[in-house]
Ligand binder design. Structure first.
Ligand code: AMP
Ligand code: GLY
Length: 417
């Protein structure tokens, strides 16, 4: 069968490498993919948000199954359009992708169905938000309603910072229409855990837990990024917490989406905080996380393609999803200066026989050149977390490009638990 994967980052590379293990797949196309994954899939220069072109390509190329990985095309309805022409998909339809596409929707869903999350208020005008902030407790968290390239969340330590955030989002329109409404919510404290799950709308099967490292610099300093590294499993996600999450969060969320007529099929991502009052939802994503996928999928022992087909067909069972008992660590290598200004176009050299997931690179004259902020992620697995971390850093030494930057402490916090 020919399979199409929409997207072009490290997450998509990890999905493609795992799908390649399936005997049933004869060819994988990545739309648009990137030069660093050209050995694993045929990259086609069609943007992930260009839904009419994706549909035309699928029709013309006898595609039997599609995986839509990034948030934008899911929220724009790529799955709905592909299903209309008879192509089964892994990923939620537009009406379910709203769980990530609108924070106002997801917060109201959690309130209506009693799913634990931070207390919040919704505002549709800067004036009302600013008036509310006069007496609101700080720190507080300001969130743009819609997608904002992962930048729509501002943690304000003081009232002045909170007011400035409201102005940035609602008056200066820093995130465009995404900031027409905002959520102002209670600041929660505790360790964070990412749990990706497979769900067909009836059964929800959590994958192995993971821990992201979002800040740019060592010891969680510097700006928020798309993620500088991950480890799995997450040591804070002990069995007692996992049980509570299943009962209090995962099943209630899937049931709530069904009750709203928005059945969710695909990968539902739970961004959780383990507070002193128990686990609470920080955010939902309607897709695999990046770079969580780069540690989760290498530990998946089952066939990813057969799981994805079962999710699409509504026949998922827990027995289909088996994870290894090993640990994984992914160190992201970025261009120095990311997430702000950085230079690209430097030649990348790296070993061919390692789990290296390429995110920001292009092929030019037979050479692989850097082409983005996060360039690639190096993943290693081992029987212990300590070994996975040290193996990953050993492999990092065998990768080079001119302005490479990476954190030196991925996994450090997890090892101290
Ligand atoms: P996001 O951009 O949605 O991934 O959120 C970025 C980060 O903001 C999260 O990973 C949390 O660390 C933090 N965050 C979001 N909401 C809250 C909250 N209510 N309390 C404390 N931290 C938060
Ligand atoms: N790593 C967090 C995300 O994918 O949103």
């Amino acid at each position: 069968m020919k399979v199409l994967v929409v997207g072009g980052g490290g997450r998509e590379h990890a999905i493609i490498k795992k799908l390649k293990e399936s005997n049933e797949i004869e060819k994988i196309y990545a739309l648009p993919g990137n030069g660093g994954m050209a050995g694993d899939a045929e990259c086609v220069a069609i943007g992930a948000k260009d839904i009419p072109a994706i549909v035309d390509f699928a029709k013309a190329n006898d595609i039997g199954f599609a995986v839509v990985a990034p948030d934008d095309p899911l929220v724009l309805g790529a799955v709905d359009e592909l299903e209309k022409i008879g192509i089964p998909c892994f990923g939620p339809e537009k009406k379910a992708a709203i769980i990530e596409g609108s924070k106002v929707f997801s917060k109201n869903l959690m309130k209506k169905y009693g799913i634990p999350t931070a207390a919040y208020e919704v505002f549709d005008s800067a004036e009302k938000a600013l008036a509310y902030l006069e007496a609101a407790p700080v720190p507080t968290v300001i969130k743009a309603d819609g997608l904002a390239l992962g930048k729509g969340v501002i943690i304000a330590m003081t009232r002045d910072e909170a007011k400035a955030a409201v102005k940035t989002i609602m008056e200066d329109k820093a995130f465009g229409e995404s900031g027409n409404q905002i959520v102002i919510e209670e600041f929660l404290e505790g360790p964070e855990v990412s749990v990706l799950s497979f769900t067909d709308g009836k059964t929800v099967v959590p994958m192995i837990s993971s821990m992201d490292h979002k800040r740019a610099l060592d010891n969680d300093k510097g700006l928020n990024t798309g993620g500088m590294g991950t480890v799995a499993p997450n040591p804070y996600y002990i069995p007692e917490i996992a049980d509570r999450c299943m009962k209090e969060i995962f099943l209630p969320t899937v049931n709530a989406m069904n009750a709203e007529g928005r059945t969710f099929k695909g990968c539902l991502y739970f961004g959780l905080m383990i507070t002193k009052d128990g686990p609470k939802v920080i955010e939902y994503n309607c897709r695999f996380g990046d770079p969580e996928t780069q540690v989760v999928l290498p530990l998946l022992e089952s066939d990813l393609f057969s799981i994805m087909k079962s999710v699409a067909a509504g026949t998922l069972t827990a027995e289909q999803v088996k994870f290894s008992k090993k640990h994984a660590c992914c160190v992201v290598m970025a261009s120095e200066g990311y997430p702000q200004k950085y230079e690209t176009g430097f030649e990348i050299t790296m070993p061919a026989d390692k789990n290296i997931y390429v995110a920001g690179a292009k092929l030019s004259g037979g050479k692989l050149l850097t082409a983005g902020g996060r360039v690639l992620g190096v993943t290693e697995t081992a029987d212990t977390l300590a070994d996975a971390v040290s193996k990953a850093y050993e492999t990092v030494k065998t990768v080079s490009f001119a302005n490479a930057y990476y954190r030196h402490d991925i996994g450090k916090k997890a090892l101290e638990v």
